[in-house]
Design a protein around this ligand. Structure first.
Ligand code: GLN
Length: 537
């Protein structure tokens, strides 16, 4: 029988519910259980695909092409499992599916209501995740804060699941805040008591409290919480502020949360194997060197817009005991006439141009790419970053001065980046993205091959425009190598410049596949090249 863990949040948002859920999942996996994760988001967008990255952070993409909340990225990085379309459910998805069924006559004339129709739909999503993943334990995070109107249907569904599956198969972990009051120098429990009361009013008694706090709590705080919130002291876990999120699993493990959850489920406790994770923390703690990498993007005011890219850089850094210092550069700021690139990049040892949509800031990115190419600075281009690297090369090396993408100039003479011909009819109706995993064949004797050490790879995509193969031979004749191709559709996936110290760009998003204990090959070699570049100077 599948076991279900539900992670809710109280008091305020942004407590790190996703990290708590991921950490617990990692710990249960380390004890030999197959774990699957999902997140319910109370908003009405069908998925975050159309949401502004500056408001909502990056859109994470699963291997089966689902556009999801960035927490799914944390899940994958912590548990090192590939998630899928059952992993991110929004109110929008739930309601649209219920309304579709109503129109289809599936409810046989019944009055369609929040309970049971919406709640059944939600419960089915939880059960579906258990069935399709064949996991021993499914961990479901509920977005938002307990008490929000928006999340009530979700909480009510969890209550029903608990009733249906029984308390030995369901476990509620409530993450909450213990604020510190300066002056009286005290940690306060009242907000937690109130948010647990809110949950209890909805029929749910949490089995665990994970308390976000600036300092460790003490016995008297735990006694108070135990009394008022109706749970044993040992089930009250401190989650003390840390600078590095990857420390959290070990901090929770020290307080036995994984062991206690398994006890509640009547599952064997098995010994936890956390060796890889402990090694990782050891490497992080001993990362004494630092390398500066410039990230040139247009959403830089919200670093979460590039969360997976940032993490992937760090993962590679850990491997080399090196901290990554990101030089955040707003690409639009590079567009000014008299800009001193030398000054901006003076400490930069590698330049990364990530993905993006629309033409704001593209000329700044092209300038940064040219600067990396001409000055032999290690370069990694991702998605839009690859498209602009090709445009820059066509313009400045091949002499096609008006080379462009039809995304920015629909009627351009030299559409070196273009929609595929069969996409052109669809795009007028709203556009279609190449999403999720695609095969890529890697050419031998290339940097890509040196990085991946294999010929057939799969990488995740999220974009509409493609390299226009009409221009391939011109670019090749000028020294560009097309080192990765999707053979099924004859699409360019990786380009590189062998004459340069390290210049590589890909049409896909390698950042989604990087893991803290296993950096992605393209990030690994880019960070290594940047470190070498620093040493050389
Ligand atoms: N805007 C580009 C496209 O749609 C690149 C997308 C991206 O970088 N994710 O093809």
């Amino acid at each position: 029988m599948t076991k279900y863990v539900f992670v809710t949040g109280g008091v305020v948002s942004g407590l790190g519910k996703g990290i708590t859920a991921s950490s617990l999942a990692l710990l249960l996996k380390s004890r030999g259980y197959k774990v699957f994760m999902q997140k319910f988001d109370p908003y009405f967008n069908i998925d975050p695909g159309t949401m502004n990255p500056i408001q909502h952070g990056e859109v994470f993409v699963t291997q089966d092409g689902c556009e999801t909340d960035l927490d799914l990225g944390h899940y994958e990085r912590f548990i090192d499992e590939e998630l899928n379309y059952t992993s991110n459910i929004t109110s929008g998805k739930i309601y649209s599916s219920v309304i579709e069924k109503e129109r289809h006559g599936d409810y046989l004339g019944a009055t369609v209501q929040l309970v049971p129709h919406i709640t059944n739909e939600i419960k089915n999503k939880v059960y579906e995740a258990g069935i399709t993943s064949k996991a021993d334990i499914v961990i479901t995070e509920i977005g938002g804060t307990v008490g929000d109107i928006e999340s009530q249907a979700f909480i009510e569904s969890l209550r029903q699941i608990q009733y249906e599956k029984g308390p030995e198969n369901t476990c509620f972990v409530h993450t909450t805040l213990i604020p510190y009051i300066i002056g009286s120098n005290e940690l306060k429990t009242k907000p937690t008591q109130n948010s647990v009361k809110d949950l209890q009013n909805m029929g749910i008694r949490p089995n665990f409290l994970v308390c976000r706090t600036p300092f460790p709590t003490n016995d008297s705080i735990k006694s108070k919480l135990s009394l008022f919130c109706n749970l044993p002291k040992c089930n009250i876990i401190d989650c003390v502020d840390v600078t590095n999120i990857y420390e959290i699993p070990l901090n929770l493990h020290k307080q036995n949360i994984d062991e206690l959850v398994l006890k509640q489920f009547n599952l064997k406790e098995n010994k936890a194997d956390l060796k890889d994770w402990e090694d990782l923390i050891h490497r992080m703690d001993n990362s004494n060197d630092e390398v500066e990498i410039a990230l040139v993007g247009k959403y830089v005011e919200l670093h979460d817009a590039y969360l997976s890219v940032m993490e992937a850089l760090r993962h590679a850094g850990y491997k080399y005991h090196t901290k990554i210092k990101i030089n955040w550069i707003n690409s639009e700021s590079l567009e000014k006439e008299k800009i001193n690139l030398k000054e901006i990049f003076k400490n930069t040892k590698g330049i990364l141009v990530p993905g993006g949509f629309g033409n704001r800031g593209i000329n700044g990115k092209i300038k940064a790419i040219e600067y990396a190419r001409v000055n032999n600075i290690p370069f990694l281009g991702i998605c839009l970053g690859m498209q602009l690297a090709v445009i820059e090369f066509a313009r400045n090396v091949c002499g096609i001065s008006d080379a462009n993408s039809t995304e920015f100039e629909p009627l351009c003479e030299n559409p070196i980046i273009d929609l595929m011909s069969d996409q052109k009819t669809v795009i007028n109706m709203g556009g279609t993205l190449r999403l999720g995993n695609y095969n890529c064949k890697i050419k031998e004797n290339t940097l890509a091959y040196k990085d991946y050490k294999e010929k057939n790879i799969k990488e995740r995509h999220r974009h509409r425009y493609e390299f226009n193969n009409k221009y391939m031979s011109t670019l090749e004749n000028n020294g560009m190598v097309f080192s990765g191709i999707n053979e099924e559709s004859n699409l360019v996936e990786i380009i590189e410049l062998p004459s340069h110290v390290h210049f590589i760009a890909c049409q896909f998003h390698p950042e989604f596949k990087s893991r803290p204990t296993r950096p992605h090959p393209l990030f690994d070699s880019f960070v290594k090249a940047s470190i070498d570049h620093k040493i050389k100077k």
